[in-house]
Design a protein around this ligand. Structure first.
Ligand code: TGC
Ligand code: FAD
Length: 392
C-alpha cells in the first residue's frame, strides 16, 4: 500500500468550532492511525483477519469508552471528542472503528447506563483498558430490522437463568470475552444479560466469506442451555428501548466515522488527479474530474456541519433518536457515493490495494446496512415528520 499522506479537508474552517481538547484528541488519534493502522490494514483486510495487536493502542488513545467517566476507566470526554475519534479511526478502516464503536457504545454504555455499581466496577475498567473486548448481540437469523420479534429467551431457574437462542452478524464475537445479549424473559420482556466466554453451552463460530469489513471479525453467538448467574442481568432498563438506546450512541459515532472514510477517499483522489497525466495534462484539469471533486468536498463539508451540530445537541442532552438517524443515513450514503466516484478518478489503479478507496467502498456496504439499514433510517425520519408508522 502507498505511504499514508492523508491531509484532512476543512473547507469551512470547522477547526474554529473545536476546542483545544477536541483538536488534541483528533490529532492524537490521527497520528496513531497513521502509525499503527495505515501500514498494516491492507494486509489484514486481504487476509480477512482482525489485527488484534492494535487493541492496546485503541485503549491508549481513549477509543474504548471516550465518554465513559474516568472513575470507571473511560476517557471522560465529550460527545464531539467521541465523534472525532470515530472519524479518525474510520479514516483508517471502518472495521477498526466497528471494534471501537461496539466496545464503547454497545458494551460499555449499557453496563454504565443500565448496570449496577458492582457490574460497572467489575467490567468497565477491563473493557476501557482493552484487557477484555466485548460484543453486542441483538440481531438474529430471523430478526434483523425487526429486533422486537427476537426468539432468544431465558427462563428463571431459581438460582440462575437458562439462556437459549442464537444471534447472527455479531462484530467481535469470535474473540470477545464478554457479550451483552438481548433476550426475552418468560413474560416476553426484553432484558440485557452479560454472558462471558467459557460459560457452558456458549459458542461463537466465525462468519467467513465477507467481501466487506474484512479486517473486522464477525460471528454468531449460540446459546444452548447456558446457565447465566442472576447477578449478570442488567437491572436498570428493559424493553426494546434499552438496546435501541445503545444504538443511538453507536449510530451517532458512525455519522462521524463515515466522514473519515469519505475524507480519505477524497484526499486520495484529489492528490491522484493532480499527479496523473493523460492527454498531456493532469486529469484534475478536466472539467468532468473537477465536477466529481467539487461535489465531494461540498458533500463532506455538509456532513461535517451535520455531525458537529448533532454533537453539540448531544452534549446538551437534546439530540433526538430521529436526528441521529438522519445523520447516520446521510453521512454513510455521502461516504459510499464519494468512495464510488473517487474509485473512478483512479481508473484501474482504483481497484487495487495500493490505495484505500476500494477497501473503504466495500466496508461502507456493511456500514450502510448495520446499526439500522438505509431504509430503516429513512422510515424513522418519515415517522418523525408525519407521525405515521411506515414500518408495519
Ligand atoms: P418501536 O415500537 O418503535 O419502539 C419500541 C420501544 O423502543 C423505544 N425506541 C427507542 N428508544 C431509544 N432509542 C431509540 N432510537 C428508540 N427507538 C424506539 C420506543 O419509544 C419504544 O419504547 P416503549 O417504552 O414505548 O416500549 O419499535 P419497533 O419494533 O416498531 O421497531 C422500530 C425500529 C424498526 C426503528 C427499530 O427496531 C430499529 O431501529 N431497527 C433496526 C435494527 C438495528 O438497528 N439493529 C442494529 C443491530 S446492532 C448492529 O448493527 C451493530 S453493528 C456494530 C458495528 O460493527 O459497528
Ligand atoms: P433485513 O432486516 O432482513 O432487511 C433486508 C432488507 O429489507 C433491507 O434492505 C431492509 O432495509 C429492508 N426492510 C426491512 N424491514 C423493512 C420495512 N419495514 N420497510 C421497508 N424495508 C424494510 N448486529 C448486532 O446485533 N450486533 C453486531 O455487532 C452486528 N454487527 C454487524 C456486522 C456486519 C458486518 C453486518 C453486515 C451486520 C451486523 N449486524 C450486527 C447486523 C445488522 O444490524 C443487520 O444486518 C441489520 O440490522 C439488517 O438486518 P438484516 O441483515 O436481517 O436485514
Amino acid at each position: 500500500m502507498k505511504p499514508d499522506l492523508f491531509e484532512a479537508p476543512d473547507y469551512y474552517n470547522l477547526d474554529e468550532l473545536l476546542s483545544a481538547e477536541h483538536k488534541l484528541v483528533r490529532d492524537t488519534t490521527r497520528e496513531w492511525v497513521k502509525r499503527s493502522v495505515s501500514p498494516i490494514i491492507e494486509d489484514y483486510a486481504q487476509k480477512a483477519e482482525f489485527p488484534k495487536q492494535i487493541i492496546g493502542g485503541l485503549a491508549e488513545i481513549g477509543a474504548f469508552g471516550p465518554y465513559i467517566p474516568v472513575e470507571y476507566g473511560g476517557a471522560g470526554l465529550d460527545q464531539i471528542s467521541y465523534g472525532l475519534i470515530m472519524q479518525e479511526i474510520e479514516r483508517g478502516d471502518s472495521g477498526i472503528r466497528s471494534t471501537a464503536s461496539v466496545q464503547s457504545s454497545l458494551v460499555m454504555y449499557p453496563i454504565w447506563k443500565y448496570g449496577n455499581e458492582t457490574q460497572r466496577k467489575k467490567y468497565l475498567p477491563k473493557l476501557a483498558s482493552g484487557k477484555w473486548v466485548g460484543c453486542f448481540g441483538l440481531t438474529e437469523p430471523d430478526h434483523g430490522s425487526n429486533p422486537g420479534g427476537m426468539a432468544t429467551n431465558f427462563k428463571d431457574m431459581g438460582d440462575h437463568y437458562l439462556l437459549n437462542g442464537a444471534k447472527l452478524w455479531i462484530s467481535n464475537a469470535p474473540f470477545a470475552q464478554v457479550a451483552i445479549v438481548w433476550a426475552k424473559n418468560e413474560q416476553g420482556r426484553i432484558h440485557g444479560l452479560i454472558v462471558e466466554r467459557g460459560m457452558e453451552g456458549f459458542t461463537t463460530p466465525e462468519t467467513h466469506n465477507k467481501w466487506s469489513l474484512r479486517a473486522s471479525a464477525t460471528g454468531e453467538l449460540i446459546f444452548d442451555d447456558v446457565k447465566v448467574p442472576k447477578e449478570n442481568l442488567l437491572p436498570n432498563k428493559s424493553g426494546l428501548g434499552a438496546p435501541l438506546g445503545c444504538l443511538d450512541s453507536a449510530r451517532y459515532g458512525i455519522a462521524w466515522g463515515a466522514i473519515g472514510a469519505a475524507m480519505d477517499c477524497y484526499d486520495t483522489a484529489l492528490r491522484y488527479s493532480k499527479e496523473r497525466i493523460q492527454f498531456g495534462k493532469p486529469i484534475g484539469q478536466f472539467q468532468l474530474q473537477q465536477k466529481k471533486l467539487a461535489e465531494m468536498i461540498t458533500e463532506i463539508t455538509k456532513a461535517q456541519l451535520l455531525a458537529w451540530r448533532l454533537g453539540v445537541l448531544r452534549n446538551e442532552g437534546k439530540a433526538t433518536s430521529a436526528q441521529i438517524s438522519m445523520a447516520k443515513r446521510n453521512n454513510v450514503e455521502m461516504a459510499i457515493n464519494i468512495a464510488r466516484e473517487a474509485r473512478q478518478i483512479l481508473g484501474g489503479m482504483g481497484i487495487t490495494g495500493e490505495y484505500s478507496i476500494m477497501r473503504h467502498m466495500m466496508n461502507l456496504e456493511s456500514v450502510i446496512t448495520y446499526e439500522g439499514t438505509h431504509d430503516i433510517h429513512l422510515l424513522i425520519t418519515g415517522l418523525d415528520i408525519t407521525g405515521l408508522n411506515g414500518f408495519k
